[in-house]
Design a protein around this ligand. Structure first.
Ligand code: NAD
Length: 329
């Protein structure tokens, strides 16, 4: 089978090469996103794959159908880049990679929790000034003493729950979906109960109408003084003004965020700190706040899985089979 892979990034290439060697399918790489101009390059191929943030408008699907191509395999989660009605009208089957490595995000969340518990930012900054005392960061708490509330216990939350449980922490789960297999690691409870008992609160929900602005003033009023907050999910879940106030007052002991509201405006750009929103400029100066540029997922395994899962789905669909990653009408 011949597959045309759009918008390939350099770090995908070794995995593409390995996959081709393993499966015997030929993959040709283009380094631009799929658009109405370069869709004609797909003529003569059996399948296409892309990962991109630019939308693929209607004419793309009719062109692919004309070339006898039956699918587009996306190498990412977010499929809002497709024009679904136009794709389905042209019988183009679509797939995404819904879970490329939940463990990657869980491991990063654990890393940041450990950083906060051990006051690493304070000690690092003090050490850079030659301060060899223990006063800079203060005494740490140990993870087995923590009660961690997970808001959202799906793929990522469940993986994080297993790690926390293995380390001896108590894990509280808040999720409208009950998963019996998690009973070995968590105690399911209500949001209010979890907030009143937790030393650590970690968000692992999608952004939706219930989670947008979920951590508002009344949410913060319900948490224990000295709580740690972790947000690797979506920036818009937390009211950033209240977060800042809570970090400054000590109501929150510390927080680590891998996401911020409107991050698409500055993601992937190397701008000067003054160009970032003013609250972010202030927050990153705080000793008890860790901000990272949406890297929780960014591991070898995740990149490998994005490539391999998408290409496997392309082959399955072209062969008339079914994959759990198919986006159904
Ligand atoms: P998932 O769909 O497997 O799990 C999400 C869980 O959240 C579900 O069990 C759902 O029932 C629950 N949920 C929904 N609304 C809720 C609410 N109001 N209260 C409590 N629980 C609620 O998703 P996942 O793969 O675990 O990913 C979770 C989120 O992590 C994604 O939606 C995305 O925002 C974020 N994410 C971040 C990165 C990163 O690199 N930082 C990477 C991937 C995903």
């Amino acid at each position: 089978m011949k597959i045309l892979m759009y918008n390939t990034v350099a770090e995908e290439l070794p995995y593409v090469k390995d996959w081709s060697a393993k499966t015997g399918h030929e993959v040709v790489n283009l380094f631009d996103p799929l658009d109405t101009e370069n869709v004609s390059m797909a003529k003569g191929y059996d399948a296409v794959s892309t990962q991109q943030t630019t939308v693929m408008p209607a004419p793309i699907y009719s062109k692919l159908a004309q070339f006898g191509i039956k699918q587009i395999a996306l190498r990412q989660v977010g499929y809002d880049v497709f024009d679904l009605p136009a794709a389905f009208e042209n019988n183009i089957r679509l797939s995404n990679v819904a879970a490329y490595s939940p463990r990657a995000i869980a491991e990063y969340t654990l890393t940041q929790l450990m950083n906060i518990l051990r006051n690493n930012k304070k000690f690092d900054r003090a050490m850079a000034t030659g301060d060899y005392t223990w006063a800079a960061g203060g005494r740490a708490r140990e993870i087995y003493q923590m009660t961690v509330a997970l808001i959202g216990v799906g793929r990522i939350g469940s993986s994080f729950a297993q790690m926390l449980h293995a380390l001896g922490a108590k894990v509280l789960a808040v999720d409208p979906i009950y998963r019996a297999q998690n009973e070995a690691f968590v105690e399911y409870t209500t949001l209010d109960d979890a907030l009143s008992r937790a030393n650590v609160i970690s968000f692992h929900t999608p952004l939706n109408s219930q989670t947008k602005g979920m951590a508002d003033k009344s949410f913060f009023d319900k948490i224990q003084p000295g709580t740690i907050m972790l947000n690797m999910a979506r920036g818009e879940i937390v009211d950033m003004a209240i977060l800042e106030k809570s970090l400054l007052s000590g109501h929150l002991y510390g927080a680590a965020f891998d996401v911020t509201p409107n991050e698409n405006e500055f993601m992937d750009k190397k701008q000067s700190i003054n160009e970032l929103p003013e609250n972010i400029q202030r927050l990153v100066q705080l000793d008890n706040f860790y901000l990272s540029p949406h890297i929780a997922f960014y591991t070898n395994t995740a990149i490998k899985n994005m490539v391999e899962m998408a290409l496997n789905d392309a082959v399955t669909i072209v062969n008339g089979g079914y994959t759990e990653n198919e986006i159904l009408r």
